[in-house]
Design a protein. Structure first.
Length: 329
C-alpha cells in the first residue's frame, strides 16, 4: 500500500504535436491504439496541475483556470483518479486544480498536457512512485496522446497489445531537434463539433480505408524515424505532411463523412505549398480541428511568420520549439 501524502503535488506537462498520428482505438476502455505514433513536445503550451487527496472531503473537485468545472470534465477526471486510487489502494477524494498556459489567442488547450500533468501529480500525491514508462501508461488511460507528453522532444508511442505494453518512449537525442520550429496558426478557438474520440470511432468503424491506414502508418513511422536519424528535414517534413493528410482522408471517407478543415485551413495549406515552391522548406500538419501547425527550420521562421501574420494577424501566429518532459514544481 502506498503512503498517501496530504501535501499538494504540482506537475507541469507540455502539449505535443503528432507527426505520425494516432487515429483509432483497438480498445476503447484501456485506450490501446491500432497504430504507433510519433510526436514532438512543444515548449509554448503547457498545463500545471495540483492534486491534493483529502479524506475529509466527500467528493472530488476539479478547478480549471480558476473556474469550478462542469459535470462532464469532473466525471472524466474522477474516473481517472479512480485508476490512481485503485493502484495506491486509497479511497480519499481529491482536489484537482489545473491551469492551462496557452498564449492568449491560441485555442490550443489540449487533453495531452492535461492528462500527463494530472497523471504525474495524482500518482505522486497518492504516494505512488512510478517510472516514466508506468507514468506514460497511466497518462494514456486519461487520453491517448497524453502518454507522449511525459517525454520531451520526439516521443514514440508504441501501440503495444495491452495495458502493460502500450506506452511512449523518447527517441534518442536527434540533431534535427536543435533546428526544428513549429509555427502554430490559429484560425478558430471554439470547441470542435466532432470530438477526436467520436471522429476516431467513426473512422475505424466506417472508413473502408482504415485497414490501409494501419499498414501505411507503420511504413510512415519507419520512414520518419529514418529521416530524423539522418537529419533530413525535407524528408521529415514530407512524411509528416503526408501522414496528416492520410489521417484526414479517413474522416472524408467515413459514413457519414466529416472534416476538421475549414476554408482557412485550405488557404493555409495552399500558401505553405506556395512557400515551398519558392524555396522555403516548410510543411503542414493538422490535428482534429481547423488550426494548422507549420514545420520549418530556424532559418525559415521569419519568412513563415511574416507570411501568416499578414493572413491571420500576429496574435494568431505562435512560434514553438521542442519542449521538455514532465516536471514537478
Ligand atoms: C494525435 N490526435 O496523435 C492525434 C492526431 C488528434 C489528431 O490524439 O480519445 O485527445 O483521449 O485518446 O488523445 C487527439 O486524441 O484522444 C489525438 P483520446 P486524444 O495527437
Amino acid at each position: 500500500m502506498a503512503t498517501l501524502s496530504n501535501n499538494p503535488v504540482t506537475a507541469r506537462a507540455h502539449t505535443n504535436i503528432a507527426l505520425i498520428k494516432y487515429w483509432g482505438k483497438k480498445d476503447d476502455t484501456l485506450i490501446i491504439p491500432y497504430t504507433s505514433s510519433l510526436s514532438l513536445t512543444l515548449d509554448q503550451f503547457y498545463t500545471d496541475t495540483t492534486v491534493q487527496f483529502d479524506a475529509s472531503r466527500s467528493t472530488d473537485q476539479l478547478i480549471i483556470d480558476n473556474q469550478i468545472s462542469s459535470e462532464q470534465p469532473l466525471h472524466r477526471v474522477s474516473n481517472f483518479l479512480d485508476i490512481v486510487r485503485r493502484k495506491a489502494q486509497i479511497n480519499s477524494p481529491a482536489i484537482v486544480n489545473s491551469h492551462n498556459h496557452v498564449p492568449t489567442a491560441a485555442g490550443l488547450a489540449s487533453s495531452a498536457s492535461a492528462f500527463a500533468a494530472l497523471a504525474a501529480a495524482a500518482s505522486k500525491a497518492a504516494g505512488l512512485n512510478l517510472t516514466l514508462s508506468e507514468l506514460s501508461r497511466l497518462a494514456r488511460r486519461g487520453s491517448g496522446s497524453a502518454c507522449r507528453s511525459i517525454f520531451g522532444g520526439f516521443a514514440e508511442w508504441q501501440r503495444g497489445e495491452d495495458d502493460l505494453t502500450s506506452y511512449a518512449m523518447p527517441l534518442k537525442a536527434a540533431a534535427l531537434l536543435e533546428d526544428i520550429r513549429v509555427v502554430a496558426l490559429t484560425v478558430e478557438r471554439g470547441p470542435k463539433a466532432i470530438s477526436s474520440r467520436q471522429g476516431m470511432h467513426l473512422s475505424v468503424t466506417t472508413s473502408p480505408y482504415y485497414p490501409t491506414w494501419v499498414k501505411t502508418c507503420q511504413t510512415d513511422l519507419t520512414q520518419l524515424k529514418l529521416a530524423i536519424e539522418k537529419n533530413n528535414f525535407a524528408k521529415f517534413g514530407k512524411i509528416s505532411e503526408l501522414n496528416a493528410m492520410r489521417m484526414h482522408a479517413l474522416t472524408l471517407s467515413a459514413d457519414p463523412d466529416f472534416t476538421y478543415f475549414n476554408g482557412q485551413t485550405l488557404t493555409i495549406m495552399n500558401l505553405v505549398k506556395q512557400l515551398r515552391h519558392n524555396g522555403v522548406a516548410c510543411y503542414y500538419t493538422i490535428d482534429a480541428g481547423p488550426n494548422v501547425k507549420v514545420l520549418c527550420q530556424k532559418a525559415s521562421v521569419a519568412k513563415v511568420v511574416d507570411t501568416f501574420s499578414q493572413l491571420l494577424g500576429k496574435q494568431n501566429v505562435i512560434v514553438a520549439k521542442p519542449g521538455p518532459g514532465i516536471q514537478y514544481l
